[in-house]
Design a protein around this ligand. Structure first.
Ligand code: ATP
Ligand code: MG
Length: 139
């Protein structure tokens, strides 16, 4: 359902800090419905594949090491204007620049350890939802 779905991950730092419940609460309050959810530990190769668009950038190595450093929660979220509204809900990549009340302002530790991922376009949302979930895992 292009346009109504986005993919989030609760990143390893937020999982380690016991923030899964708080973050899912913010997401529910914002009107998102959970269509699929998975708790898993990505390998470095899987993290590299997920963040393929950043391969070659200066932060790619650190990003994939971090994203494979512990378990994450991957979630498909659904509501109208899912991608753009979720980017607003999480705030800027660097929590220093994020608006008050956003998930990253509340829970991120730094630009590299920024608590959550959010798809940046409908096209990437579809690719990212398909990365984690098969048809029979979506409800
Ligand atoms: P995400 O894709 O995780 O939702 P984003 O879309 O806000 O984050 P991207 O530009 O896609 O930001 O970068 C992916 C991740 O790589 C960021 O979340 C951040 O942790 C890290 N990152 C991006 N730019 C830098 C940078 N200049 N230095 C260090 N880390 C960076
Ligand atoms: Mg991104």
């Amino acid at each position: 359902m292009t346009g109504r779905q986005t993919l989030t991950m609760i990143k390893p730092n937020a999982v380690k800090r016991n923030l899964i419940g708080a973050i899912l609460h913010k997401i529910s309050e914002a009107g998102y419905v959970i269509k699929a959810m998975k708790y898993m530990h990505l390998s470095k190769a899987q993290a590299g594949e997920f963040y393929e668009i950043h391969r070659g950038k200066s932060f790619y190595e650190d990003l994939t090491t971090f994203m494979s450093s512990g378990p994450i929660v991957a979630v498909i979220l659904e509501k109208d204007n899912a991608v753009n509204d979720y980017r607003k809900l999480i705030g800027a990549t660097d929590p220093k620049d994020a608006e008050e009340g956003t998930i990253r302002k509340l829970y991120a530790e730094s630009k590299s350890h920024n608590a959550v991922h959010g798809s940046d376009s409908d096209e990437n949302a579809k690719i990212e939802c398909d990365f984690f979930f098969s048809k029979v895992e979506r409800f």
